[in-house]
Design a binder for this molecule. Structure first.
Ligand SMILES: [Zn+2]
Length: 485
């Protein structure tokens, strides 16, 4: 009797711990499922096509070509499972929002492999039929832009139905009438979780179905499921989960799908320090979605109170890429105490297959309510504009033999190239190149590039080149690229 009671207590605890345990196992075993053909954000339709073609030979998957993009790229629907509860996921309707697409391919690998998760796979595929529509906007992905090739935002085309991609998404929705929907996006990396000094790595939303944001049973399911996912994911990224702005958008897919009866969850991948290619957030997507499938299959989310969702902080904008704090700044014979907020904007290059960084000074003054992915306290130091090296160079090759570290040490942030006709707008050299004849003053103004020297007494302690700080004394820091002006 005692033994039996003991067994009941233990098994009960096992059941209760099940979801966290499942997510934890996914976290530690993730590498086995990670699709190695996708390693960065700027992959194209031609990168995922062979992966999908390969799945046609896998009898677990049903692969359909459901139509084509405006430029004729195939759009697919992949189906797994035979269960009566239908789950529909669509990713990358915005071409430059690819994180979840990578995770979908990891999930395809998860379901292709046989290992200790087999009982879970079996349960999921018996209870659910899961439909995946990866990369809804392949033409946008091709050039890494949000909109489709007609420059129309597909997510404002749910009702008017003018884009081939939006029409396909709507047709597929109408055909499936799934019980649950996952609308997969990326948001700005500069969203914070409220004013909490933490980046919004993931943001969720159960989209509203009217301007009054009323809550019916369809939306309640989404709210409860988000509540459970919030708790599950918080063990990996505590404090880094937010809620997306919940205003009703009558033209968007998520809002309408919710209105038309599919419990819909918006999942936005945001920013994570030192994860520019979003590989960690891809892993978080993988865990989120598989945890969601598990929760839907077992109905465990129905036990969740609505308050969890209510209490998730909204996205806010209190992040800069770089913050320089407590600097003395002299102007017109007076000195001021300032913080400087800098963003490192990604500019598409080579038709969106690559990018470079272009810094801009976003704010100057008291930035104590903000934080930076890179955040420096320069108390006791002074900021002065970077200098342009006096010698004029006549060829790029000459620049290659320069001792640039020595220039940094002496406060130079730019060099001048006479009459050069460099094609690219950036250089991999850790210094800016000014083409002679162009205005080459380093102005300390909002919107201008961030090129400074940080001094302590007579000593130069840091140079900031195109927004990237280098600690001169300790040789710490990396300049991803300089600019060519
Ligand atoms: Zn989006």
């Amino acid at each position: 009797m005692v033994k039996l009671l003991f067994f009941l207590i233990i098994s009960n605890q096992l059941l209760m711990a099940q979801d966290f345990d499942f997510a934890n196992r996914l976290y530690y075993d993730y590498e086995q499922y990670c699709e190695s053909a996708l390693t960065h954000r700027r992959f194209k339709h031609s990168d995922i096509k062979p992966l999908i073609e390969r799945l046609k030979n896998n009898n677990k998957f049903r692969v359909e070509e459901i139509g084509k993009s405006a430029e004729g790229k195939e759009i697919y629907l992949l189906t797994l499972g035979t269960g009566k509860t239908k789950v529909f996921l669509w990713s990358q309707m915005h071409g430059d929002e690819p994180t979840a697409t990578m995770a979908l391919f990891d999930i395809f690998n998860f379901f292709s492999i046989s290992d200790s998760f087999d009982p879970v796979r079996k349960e999921l595929l018996n209870k659910l039929t899961i439909y995946f529509m990866p990369m809804v906007n392949p033409d946008g992905a091709e050039i890494y832009q949000r909109r489709n090739i007609y420059e129309i935002d597909i997510n404002r085309d749910a009702v008017r139905q003018q884009t081939p991609e939006g029409i396909l998404l709507r047709q597929t929705f109408d055909r499936l009438r799934a019980h649950y929907g996952f609308n997969l996006h990326d948001q700005s990396t500069r969203y914070s979780v409220g004013n909490s000094f933490k980046s919004a790595a993931l943001s969720f939303l159960a989209p509203a179905t009217d301007y009054g944001k009323s809550i019916d049973s369809v939306r309640t399911n989404a709210i409860q499921l988000i509540g459970e996912l919030y708790k599950t994911l918080s063990q990996f990224i505590p404090g880094h989960i937010a809620k997306y702005a919940d205003d009703f958008e009558p033209r968007a897919f998520g809002d309408n799908f919710q209105k038309w009866g599919t419990s819909t969850i918006l999942l936005e991948s945001g920013g994570w320090k030192d994860d520019p290619e979003k590989q960690f957030l891809r892993k978080m997507n993988f865990i989120t979605l598989l945890s969601a499938f598990r929760s839907i299959a077992s109905n465990s989310f129905k036990n969740e109170s609505l308050e969890v969702y209510d209490q998730i902080l909204f996205n806010d904008k209190f992040i800069f890429d770089v913050v320089l704090r407590n600097l003395k700044y002299s102007r017109d014979g007076k000195s001021y105490l300032i913080d400087v907020g800098i963003n490192l904007n990604e500019i598409n290059f080579n038709n969106g297959s690559a990018f470079y960084y272009k810094s801009s000074i976003e704010d100057i003054g008291d930035l104590s309510v903000y934080f930076g992915y890179k955040d420096y306290d320069f108390t006791g130091m002074e900021i002065i504009p970077g200098k342009v090296f006096e010698k004029v160079f006549s060829s790029y090759d000459e620049l290659l033999s320069l001792d640039i570290k020595e220039l940094h040490k002496n406060g130079y942030t730019s060099v001048v190239l006479q009459g050069g006709n460099l094609e690219a707008p950036f250089t991999e050299l850790p210094i800016n190149i000014l083409i002679s004849g162009i205005d080459n003053s380093n102005e300390f103004m909002l919107g201008k590039r961030a090129d400074f020297t940080i001094t302590q007494g007579d000593e130069i302690r840091y140079v900031i080149i195109n927004g990237f700080p280098i600690d001169i004394k300790n040789s710490i820091g990396e300049i991803k690229n300089g600019l060519i002006y």
